[in-house]
Structures are given as structure tokens and as C-alpha cells.
Design a protein around this ligand. Structure first.
Ligand SMILES: [Zn+2]
Length: 73
């Protein structure tokens, strides 16, 4: 269960960086991998930082925050 959720999040992050859906983490450049690791470091899926505007998806100031909050993130 936890593994599936992590994969969804990872794929979403990869798409956020502008890669086509389904791009594998292994195929990213080193700088893109660093971006994703940065996201994962700042994001605790149990307790998003709502007070500072963090969305369920881990992004601060997410423009889809309402969708993410209501779609089972
Ligand atoms: Zn979001």
C-alpha cells in the first residue's frame, strides 16, 4: 500500500519537472533527481505543512490544492 502511494507521488513529481508521463526515475538527469529528492525530503505525507501552505502533494502554494485535498492524496 505504502509503496503504491510512493510510486504515484514519484510519477507526479517527475511530470511536474516536465517529463512525459511514465518517465522512469532512473532515466532522469542528476539535477532532476536532486529536485525530486528535495521534494521528498521536505514532504512528510502524514502531516503536510498546511500552516505554511503545503498541499497534500507536497508542493507549497499548489494551484491544484483543492483537488489534491479531495482526491485521496
Ligand atoms: Zn497539490
Amino acid at each position: 500500500m505504502q509503496e503504491i502511494e510512493l510510486k504515484v507521488t514519484l510519477n507526479t513529481l517527475i511530470e511536474k519537472l516536465g517529463h512525459p508521463s511514465g518517465t522512469k526515475y532512473e532515466n532522469l538527469s542528476a539535477s532532476d533527481k536532486a529536485h525530486i529528492e528535495g521534494y521528498q525530503d521536505q514532504f512528510d505525507p502524514e502531516t503536510p505543512d498546511f500552516e505554511n501552505g503545503q498541499c497534500y502533494c507536497g508542493e507549497y502554494g499548489c494551484k491544484d490544492a483543492y483537488e489534491h485535498a479531495t482526491s485521496g492524496w
